[in-house]
Design a protein around this ligand. Sequence first.
Ligand SMILES: [Zn+2]
Length: 362
Amino acid sequence: MVIKKINEITDEIQDVELTAKVLSLSQKERNSEKGNSVYHYGLLGDETGVLPFTAWNISSMVREKDVVNIKRAYTKKYNDKIRIYFDDKTEFALKPDVEMEVKRTYNYEKIKNLGSGVKFVTLEGILREEKEREFENNGEKRKVYSYVMDDDTGSIRISSFGRKLPMGHGVRLEGVKIDEFNGRVNASLGERAEVHDIELQIEKGPKFTYISEIVNPIGGIYITGFPISIGEKSGLIKRCKECKKKIDDERCETHPEAGFYYDIFAYFNVDDGTGYISVTTGMDAIKDICGIKPEELSNEKRPPLKKEIYERIERSLMGKALKIQGSLSKNTMGMSLRASLVSSIRVEDNKELKKIMESEFL
Ligand SMILES: [Zn+2]
């Protein structure tokens, strides 16, 4: 039997002893040919790090937050990651007198896998678009910096309290807090999070995603596909000159004197053969593909016509193979993609779409 600290466990060991704190302990049912059984799993930590464990058998004395001396455990690789296992040979002895300060380590995650629910992770990527703002905390003025972080799967907004972060090259951020706000995944960096410079190359620009692979509301992606239906209320809209909110009549309820201006809004469903998603877009993202010029909307001698604008949008989008860049967000209706740019592609130019279309017609 060998005695190990958590950070020394890097390989498969038959018989290992360690003293560690049980950070979490959950239970799961397993159905097999032999019948139903229950096993436990969780996290173990000590002064050097944290590892997951699976317990085919565990002493009923062991609870979360206990420090335990564990004999005759073993380790194995599962999904290429090392894991500690307990079985019916494993012995447990509680160590109520031992104080243990656990060194937290965080699971490394790709941006597209950042699901909802608060958790702490390690992210690797490149930061851009720094913004600075002040906020007050207990009467004290403090600064918060925000960035967009890209990796090779997408992008997210990240804010850093009181600390400027390096931009333009690879960074590893350990202990990033992930949560979901307004239907988007957000990340924030507190004082205890660590920042390390690393070597990292990532392709610039949005990352291709199949619609069926969309799970979490992140940004920096693009899809390709065909619009299958366009929303009836798409086209010309009026906005209040003062608050820029969409108005249904001639005037804004809050600013009746302000007047209005014309803008474009459209929504449609796009199918890529693996699934479909609702896309929303404003003027900027579709003005090129639809050939609508800003001056057409502001021409007072010849105001734009609702029906004509709708038909032009419908004609330019329907039946075309499109590339749509943007950010995902989640609401009560499900996931939708807010487009930052809609452009047309020839199916022949797009390997992914061609593959899908060919398999659809086979
Ligand atoms: Zn208004």
